[in-house]
Write a protein that binds this ligand. Sequence first.
Ligand code: IMP
Length: 416
Amino acid sequence: MPSIAIIGAQWGDEGKGKITDFLSATADYVVRFQGGDNAGHTIHSKGQKYALHLLPSGALRDATINILGNGMVINPEALVEEIDMLQSLGKHPHIVISNRAHVIMPYHKLRDQKAEDTQNIGTTLKGIGPAYQDKAARVGLRMGTFVDEALFKAYLDQYYDTVKGHLNESKERLFETYQPYIEALKPRVKDTSVILAEAFKTNKRVVFEGAQGTMLDIEQGSYPYVTSSSPTAAGIPAGAGVAPKHVGQVLGIVKAYNSRVGEGPFVSEMEEEKAEIIREIAHEFGTTTGRPRRIGYLDLVALKHAHRINHFDAFAITLFDVLSAFDTLKLVTGYQLDGSVIDYVPAELETLEKCQPVFQEMPGFKEDISHLTDWNALPQAARNYLKAIEDITGVPVGMVSVGPDRRQTISMTKIF
Ligand code: IMP
């Protein structure tokens, strides 16, 4: 089956953008199926650095069709800016937007801010949660409605008072402000489910690109410190409008250590002085918000949880070169809870907060591996670390990334 899903196996920021970009070299379609511009993908290509938030990572390749699926929430202003940015750099991204995707409006951002005042989730303040709220409450604005002026007006007449929250702007003014975005996006809004059905019928190669990560999943993540969508493989059929059987291989993207932004329990969190070293080497600051990320040891308990939900065919380990800074390496293999060791992630925050990490410690590889392109050339200590991940989670490591550039990638098997 010519499709692959790229799924964050941790708390987001695993380096999915680079892997999607690497695999999309041979893809006909790259499809996002959830989230919005809360995501931030940095792609390095030919010495240039591109920060994408809404656009699928295939946007840098002119031959790839990039789909923003119905499960997404889209800020039109941010999307137009991103397309314009790529066009100004001489790129011609082929973008198609689902007519069923929901639209983020200024009042969603305001409501996000208001909710944060009391909830303190640490959201990206992009209006993601409130847009999904409106969707679930059946009062949301969809792209197909937005780009049709008569329908958009009728929507505002019917729902504006219900959804606007504290926004101090008339619906007429809002309508005016959005005219340029309607113009810019209208030709790209289509029924993407139909397009993808045709793609599968004609054996096209499709990459499903997850944003965020499994532990931020609204169903299976560390609720309530989660995003408002499903970034897991289970989110693909619903959010892309494809049948479940079209989801082929599932690749779990795993950063060689853990990081998270936002609040919530973080069992494997590292000592601050070590975290600081990683933050400096790997620039662990949010692409979307600029916030310093919290850093932890690689948590295999959380990875097993992610594997149970996603059934990964392989892992791609990213930022592996960063670990060469340390004399010893530690993996979290269990959680100590009330005198016994558990190997699952408790659902209740109160229980999770009581968990202490159980470590497996091993020698580090204190050498530069960022130029290596062959698995066999990796130092023994580096291979031992990867082998421990495979043995404990039961998932083979299919790829290792040793630097930000496309060429700094070691492939063990042909993945796609
Ligand atoms: P929201 O998605 O803006 O509602 O934020 C909810 C939680 O998800 C917060 O903890 C955010 O920091 C986190 N989050 C959202 N998007 C990302 C991402 O792309 N990477 C990492 N964390 C994210």
